[in-house]
Design a protein around this ligand. Structure first.
Ligand SMILES: [Zn+2]
Length: 374
């Protein structure tokens, strides 16, 4: 910023002024060098300047992990824990774009876009249970991947050590890399798999699932054979859902807690969707995820229906549509107060709360007119 001023001064061509300008410029360079060294040369991993299409909502308050935000702070951040949350549904990630395939480049751009728009990733289970841990002012976002494809996740042998490492070109590799560079964004994701050879490799099923779980990701139930449940008998329903739950439990000592309906096919009977028994073992789903097609209600809202949780397709047109919707109507979206123990909403909205789902959390309200003029 001083550089431009300096250049103007230089144009006045007084010799002493030229030297002054030069000194200021050199000082700027020195300052930048110091900053660069101070940040350990990691400036590249700092958030880049948002483009015109990616306005940044970041305010000074955003990101504070504060339990004592005042009325004005809450109003300024637009905190609204009755707002909606987008659950994105991806399928394959490859080097090309198609109806059910997101290209790697576009997937990377999606992550950048989410980040710059003020979203933070949460595990699906956090959404389903309402234990949403994101900084104040952030909007939680859930990423889900159906079908367990190779493009979503695979591991390769490291050239120097021979150890198996995540392929940086698969969705998990891209996500882990982005999350490492942007820790406040995180890298949570849920992978809805079928039985047999999830991620295209039956020989590494244990290693692959374990890797995901150890890296903060979740496994979800997409039925044993990717069956269309709208045509399934009741017994097949229990078998298809229970089999996959038992398989993952036996392999990884892990309970899947959500079901994504293959083809979006909704069964004629809801029996066995949220809970059931197969082969003598019980399973529980906290939520049943649909294929389409809008943001999901707040987990504290009366509109939350565990048997029908909508998702948004991770395609260009759907993402454009809904990200713009939230930017144009920010009151629609969930904005966190940064505290999992409280549910904070604007005054006058309390009747939308489902008190069973709020549970022991403390309800806080604030006056929206406290928002300072800007
Ligand atoms: Zn599927």
């Amino acid at each position: 910023m001083n550089l431009e001023l300096d250049q103007k001064r230089q144009q006045k061509s007084k010799k002493s002024m030229v030297y002054l300008g030069l000194f200021a410029s050199l000082s700027s360079v020195a300052l930048l060098t110091c900053l660069f060294l101070h940040f350990g040369g990691n400036l590249e991993s700092e958030p880049s300047i948002p483009s015109e299409n990616q306005p940044s909502p970041h305010s000074l308050l955003e990101g504070v992990s504060n339990e004592e935000l005042g009325q004005e702070d809450l109003a300024q951040l637009g905190v609204n824990e009755l707002g909606e949350i987008m659950i994105i549904m991806y399928h394959d990630v490859q080097d090309y774009e198609a109806e059910w395939v997101r290209s790697r480049e576009n997937f990377k751009k999606d992550l950048e876009r989410f980040y710059h728009l003020g979203y933070s990733l949460i595990p699906l289970k956090s959404y389903l249970t309402g234990n949403i841990q994101v900084p104040a002012g952030k909007t939680p976002l859930v990423l889900t991947f159906d079908d367990g494809t190779y493009g979503q996740f695979n591991m390769i042998s490291d050239e120097s050590t021979g150890e198996m490492v995540v392929n940086p070109e698969c969705a998990v590799g891209i996500l882990l890399q982005f999350g490492e560079e942007h820790p406040e964004f995180g890298h949570a994701a849920t992978f809805f798999i079928n039985s047999g050879n999830p991620f295209g490799d039956a020989s590494r099923i244990f290693e692959n699932l374990t890797f995901l779980l150890e890296n903060g990701m979740e496994i979800g139930n997409h039925t044993r054979t990717h069956i269309n449940l709208s045509y399934a008998s009741t017994e097949d329903m229990f078998k298809e859902i229970g089999w996959l739950a038992n398989e993952v439990r036996d392999l990884c000592d892990y309970e899947v807690t959500a079901l994504a309906l293959p083809f979006g096919g909704y069964p004629q009977s809801q029996e066995g969707l949220l809970a059931g028994t197969w082969d003598g073992k019980e399973y529980t789903n906290l939520g049943v995820l649909l294929v389409g097609a809008e943001p999901a209600p707040s987990p504290f809202s009366k509109k939350f229906k565990p048997l029908a949780i909508p998702r948004i397709r991770g395609s260009q047109d759907e993402l454009d549509k809904w990200l713009r919707e939230f930017e144009n109507y920010p009151n629609r979206k969930f904005v966190s107060d940064g505290n999992v123990e409280t549910v904070t909403i604007p005054e006058g909205k309390a009747e939308g709360l489902d008190h069973d789902r709020v549970g022991v959390r403390e309800i806080k309200t604030y006056n929206i007119s406290e928002k300072p003029l800007s």
